[in-house]
Design a protein around this ligand. Structure first.
Ligand SMILES: [Zn+2]
Length: 411
């Protein structure tokens, strides 16, 4: 447990925030600071073919230690942290034997991590928690995942009596800005399937995510003196209002959960002659997803026929539900489930209300479900991770390697 904690602390102390406004990969120079360290570490623990490319993607191999041919599997995490909250000068705090009460993160600023608000805390009573000091995020997303993969690989190197096939490992930059998979060389990685270690609480196992699109609506109006505007003025603000008013009012983020999809208008600016707004469209179901996009086209058509061609709609697909790529190879989910059950964890299988690098990778030809890394309250000052959950994630990785080598699965 000591090694695990120290390894995790050494990663989170290095600031690796990504930047959505940057055009380079990695998006920030500072991500190299941890990336180069990680490449050295992978060599140090005994992995082979350690490579780090021009965009800071790291790959490495744990060679097979058995005779027969079994599927090559991979484990993937990202080393950047979210740009949503301060990620500089992280001073983690370690709470031993958590007593189930309020944790004062920062006395001076009265920042408290309380189970009254964050009920999940109570399931970790008696465990060791790593928290922030209230002024930064922690970066367990996803340095917990990296810690777990490195620790599991080190364990397998040191315990050749555990039999496994060829295992590939990859660490990527820029996941938090949606670009972790963009420059991922799936062919070079050469795995039959992989798992991202990037979920939250212990037991999480995900292979469904949203289908996602974005829409930009630009409305051009006509300004005329309001006293003499009858039959002449076209007010783009009121047309925007009409457009948004036609969208089903119950299908918004604040009214939906589980597999329910939504429209989410998140940005609007306007004056009489020019109003534009942006929205995102989300649905797990492919047909309903397509229907949602069609509805926007229909509204555009309808209002254009009423007010003249004043609306321009721009629709862009963002990512798709990996379920359709994972379902044909469901054994990859079954192995992960079985691994969890064997080490005493109840799998929590649920659809992600978002996307993952794994969904993009799945569509690039590498089916890639997501497994818990253990942390909670990502992207903010209340982020924390129980060390016991990280330990269990290490065991899940080892068990998956073992099961893949011993089971007979069609690939
Ligand atoms: Zn993450």
């Amino acid at each position: 447990m000591e090694t695990l904690i120290n390894r995790f602390l050494s990663y989170v102390k290095i600031d690796t925030q990504s930047d959505p406004n940057s055009k380079t990969t990695p998006s920030t120079e500072k991500q190299w600071n941890l990336a180069t360290e990680l490449a050295y570490e992978l060599e140090r623990i005994g992995l082979r073919d350690v490579t780090i490319d021009d965009h800071a993607y790291i790959m490495a191999t744990l060679p097979s230690n058995i005779e027969k041919e079994v599927p090559v599997i991979g484990f993937i995490s990202h080393f950047d942290t979210s740009p949503d909250f301060n990620g500089t000068d992280i001073n983690p705090r370690i709470i031993n034997n958590y007593d189930g009460k309020d944790i004062i993160l920062n006395e001076a600023q009265n920042i408290i991590l309380s189970p009254d608000y964050f009920e999940d805390l109570l399931q970790y009573k008696g465990q060791t928690l790593i928290t922030t000091d209230g002024t930064t995020l922690l970066g367990a997303d996803d340095k917990a995942g990296i810690t777990e993969i490195v620790t599991a690989m080190e364990y397998l190197v040191q315990h050749p009596e555990i039999k496994h096939g060829k295992i590939r490992v990859a660490f990527t930059p820029d996941e938090e800005i949606g670009r972790g998979a963009h420059k991922f060389d799936v062919e070079k990685f050469g795995a039959d399937w992989a798992y991202t270690m990037d979920g939250s609480q212990i037991g999480e196992l995900e292979y469904e995510n949203f289908n996602a699109a974005s829409a930009k609506v630009v409305i051009t109006g006509k300004s005329v003196h309001p006293g003499y505007a009858k039959g002449k003025m076209v007010n783009s603000i009121t047309i925007a209002n009409e457009f948004i008013g036609i969208l089903p009012p119950e299908e918004t983020p604040q009214n939906t959960t589980g597999r329910e999809g939504f429209f989410h208008v998140h940005h609007i600016k306007g004056e009489i002659e020019h109003t534009e707004f942006e929205m995102i469209i989300r649905d797990h179901n492919k047909e309903r997803f397509e229907e949602r996009k069609k509805l926007l086209l229909k509204i555009t058509e309808k209002l254009n026929s009423m007010y003249g061609p004043c609306i321009h709609l721009e629709l862009k697909d963002q990512y798709f539900n990996m379920r359709e790529k994972v379902e044909p190879v469901m054994h990859i989910v079954e192995i992960a489930k079985e691994a969890m059950v064997e080490i005493g964890i109840t799998p929590i299988v649920k659809p992600i209300r978002g996307g993952t690098d794994g969904s993009q990778l799945s569509f690039m030809g590498l089916p890639c479900p997501n497994i818990f890394a253990g942390g909670h309250n990502f992207h903010g000052k209340y982020e924390y991770v129980p060390v016991e959950s990280m330990q269990k994630a290490v065991e899940v990785i080892i068990k998956i390697c073992e099961l893949t080598a011993t089971k007979k699965y069609e690939t």
